[in-house]
Design a protein around this ligand. Structure first.
Ligand code: ZN
Length: 349
């Protein structure tokens, strides 16, 4: 009897072990499914939607053609901030808009301008901090630059909180991350202490230059120039993705999730729908900024110090012992020339 009991117990244990083994196998298999089991085809450029991009939109509530110093016309801004979130929503692109709160401070229009930001949250999008007045870290002392962050979050944080959102991202104006290594490090610590995460950029397409040209085309009722500006912009965005995909593959041997920078402008109100369709055709799906940032590539240290607002893919080259200077495609020479002339004229007027 005693022996029988032992035999029975031992059999039960064997059964339990077998069941446990099977359970572990099933769990491992499920984990492999949910976390993406690396297969030979994973991340291949030709796979449909194998590539990811987070869309980030700067200078809310509106980037005015020809200058960074204008608050813009409310009616134009209402149209732009209606259209861009609408396009993003239609493409299921969970984008983030970075705000310069000084553009809200227009007497008699404050509520209407805050409502422009609310449109983004209502569309399920996120807001972030782009400093109060679009300050340059190259020319603004650290303490004053930090004040720019605090002053620039008052409305945005309140709106985010009311929408049940806590996460806060910071985008450096002009992508200038600090005049010295010390200032850069000190500012990064400041951001961390205030609950911010830096929002890097991997694909910059100089859309503001095309927006300058489009602005002039609209002002002078030159339909042909408007069409040329829009079509050159879409071509240039494709060229920029060609280039930064190549850099991604050369550094990481795969397509990392990209982070695209565009501006809250008339140009994108008109072109973003086609631009996002082009990206879908390239095999991209649109992801949240934090999903892109969770990729291990973003743990690469950014060792770049300098006034140039260059892509993080270029910055990371330093960590790989390479020069950050490279040949990312410039907009067509006629666009660069016209944009320069438009900006020069606005400065001297
Ligand atoms: Zn900006």
């Amino acid at each position: 009897m005693w022996l029988d009991l032992r035999a029975h117990t031992s059999l039960c244990n064997a059964g339990r072990d077998m069941k446990a083994g099977l359970l572990i196998t099933v769990l491992l298999w499920l984990a492999a499914l949910s976390f993406g089991n690396p297969s030979p085809s994973a991340g291949r450029a030709s796979d449909p939607a194998s590539k990811a991009v987070a869309i980030t939109v700067d200078d809310l509530p509106g980037a005015v053609p020809g200058t960074g110093q204008a608050v813009g016309d409310l009616k134009d801004l209402q149209r732009i901030n209606q259209r861009i979130p609408e396009i993003l929503k239609a493409h299921h692109a969970p984008a983030i808009g970075f705000v310069n709160e000084w553009k809200l401070q227009v007497s008699g229009e404050r509520d209407a301008r805050v409502a422009l930001l609310q449109t983004w949250l209502d569309a399920g999008l996120t807001l972030g901090n782009h400093t109060y007045s679009h300050a340059s870290f190259q020319t603004t002392p650290l303490a004053q630059y930090e004040d720019e962050v605090i002053r620039g979050e008052v409305v945005t944080r309140a709106l985010m909180k009311a929408a049940g959102r806590e996460e806060m991202y910071f985008r450096h104006p002009f992508l200038q991350t600090g005049p010295t290594a010390e200032a850069k490090t000190a500012f990064e610590q400041f951001l961390k202490a205030h609950g911010y995460q830096v929002a890097p950029v991997t694909v910059d397409n100089d859309d503001w230059m095309f927006n300058d040209v489009l602005g002039t085309a609209i002002e002078t009722k030159n339909k042909r120039l408007a069409e040329e500006a829009k079509s050159a912009y879409l071509d240039h965005m494709n060229a920029a993705f060609d280039y930064y995909e190549t850099v991604s593959r050369s550094l990481f041997h795969r397509d990392i999730p990209q982070i695209l920078l565009i501006h809250d402008s008339e140009l994108n109100a008109k072109c973003l729908d086609t631009a996002l369709t082009n990206l879908e055709r390239r095999g991209y799906r649109f992801v949240l900024l934090n999903e892109a940032l969770a990729d291990p590539a973003y743990a690469t240290p950014d060792l770049f110090v300098g006034p140039q607002g260059i892509s993080w893919l270029s910055r990371w080259k330093l960590a790989f012992g390479q020069s950050p200077w490279n040949s990312d495609p410039d907009p067509p020479a006629w666009v660069v020339k016209m944009s320069n002339e438009i900006r020069q004229a606005k400065r001297t007027n």
